[in-house]
Design a protein around this ligand. Sequence first.
Ligand code: ZN
Length: 203
Amino acid sequence: MLPGKIVCVGRNYREHAKELGNDVPKEPLIFLKPPSSVIRSGESIVLPSVSSRVEFEGEIGIVIGKTLRKASERDAARAIGGIVAVNDVTARDLQKSDGQWTRAKGFDSFCPLGEPGDAPSELQRLTVITRVDGVEKQRASASEMVFSIPALLAYISNVMTLEPGDLVATGTPAGVAPLAPGQTVEVEIAGISRVSNGVKADR
Ligand code: ZN
């Protein structure tokens, strides 16, 4: 089943904000990806011809289990239905030139999504790893996030109601890099979920 909405968080790891020349935001920076961008493990990421720089972003995804509206961090933590590997694929050049992110983040195939697994009792121990052709490119723990997972969910729920099945992508750590046709990119949430996708050019 597709998520009703996909809420993403930008610049939630200090080192990643720095590598793109940005400061860490004072409040969570949120944006949306369309559900039509979702693909599953084994399907291809298609590089649109209008972009010359499409990058992977491995992220810890949260599947919402219970409706959250103006929730506290405590209630938000209890509403997590599962943990899922997400790749927030991004056309970096269009993200810069457009000034807002809908196109850069919204192409079909730009949201590879694994199968959800159970949330651990200690969310801070979640680890995300990204590999390109088997070579590790990103590795970070949720403990390195600027805003914690419960804080993000509570913050978002004060803007928009989060419903069961909605997905929250919690931001990518340092190490993002461009993808090329023929590569395979894998995002893993250690011991919980993974998604692996080939990359091909649009034609
Ligand atoms: Zn992202």
